[in-house]
Design a protein around this ligand. Structure first.
Ligand code: SAM
Length: 210
């Protein structure tokens, strides 16, 4: 997702209390940053923030950090956040492959929602559930590795299941049509978009013991 440049995007981000300007300075100290001992959940590829905000409102007992690689997208989330008073949210403008520079072993769960599918064979290593990313994620989990993923894309879903399985994850829940269940679900922008076009939403929750 790339958006046209928002005027003053950098300024809007830097002015927001939700935006972590120098996130590597907070490495190993994210609970201090939040001022509590609550579990820290990380959403990678948060886009315009609907899931992050919905989850933070639904779960004040957890802290939420969102990562987005495009400033022009992140600023949309920050504009929404600036209208709210949530003490359990921070957002960061980085690429997922760099998470080890920002976090020590302090993350409880990673959420991946509607990650870019990278359908071309030569691009499959860019998928956020490719082995190289799972290796990076392993470095930042506090206890066991825990991943939750939603997508409309069959090919990405299949490759995610294979990648997680090959890397030693065990599946706790696999759902092929999330919206047909009564599982509580905070919807994302892409989820609403693709579901309205008739795509079934796939969901997996998996863990790997330390
Ligand atoms: C298809 S959009 C989905 C956005 C949102 N999660 C949703 O479900 O509505 C994927 C988002 O992930 C971001 N993204 C893709 N690769 C990334 C990476 N390596 N690191 C951080 N963000 C990434 C993109 O910029 C984009 O905003």
């Amino acid at each position: 997702m790339r958006l046209r440049n928002v005027k003053n995007a950098t300024e809007i981000l830097n002015d927001s209390a939700y935006f972590a300007k120098e996130p590597s300075d907070i490495k190993g100290k994210w609970n201090e940053e939040f001022g509590d001992d609550q579990p820290i959940m990380l959403e990678i590829g948060m886009g315009k923030g609907d899931f992050l905000i919905g989850m933070a409102e639904a779960h004040p007992e957890w802290n939420f950090i969102g990562i987005e690689k495009y400033e022009s997208v992140l600023v949309r989330a920050v504009q929404k956040l600036d209208e709210l008073e949530l003490k359990n949210v921070r957002v960061i403008n980085i690429d997922a492959i760099d998470v080890h520079n920002i976090f020590d072993a302090e993350i409880d769960t990673i959420y991946l929602n509607f990650s870019d599918p990278w359908p071309k064979k030569r691009h499959y290593k860019r998928r956020l559930t490719y082995r190289d990313f799972l290796i990076e994620y392993d470095k930042i989990f506090k206890d066991n590795s825990k991943v939750e993923m939603k997508t409309d894309n069959d090919s990405l879903f299949e490759s995610t299941l294979i990648s997680l399985n090959d890397y030693g994850y065990k599946f706790d829940e696999v759902i092929l049509d999330l919206w047909s269940t009564d599982k509580p679900n905070v919807k994302t922008e892409y989820e609403i978009k693709f579901s309205s076009k008739g795509y079934k939403i796939k969901y997996v929750r998996a863990h790997k013991n330390k």
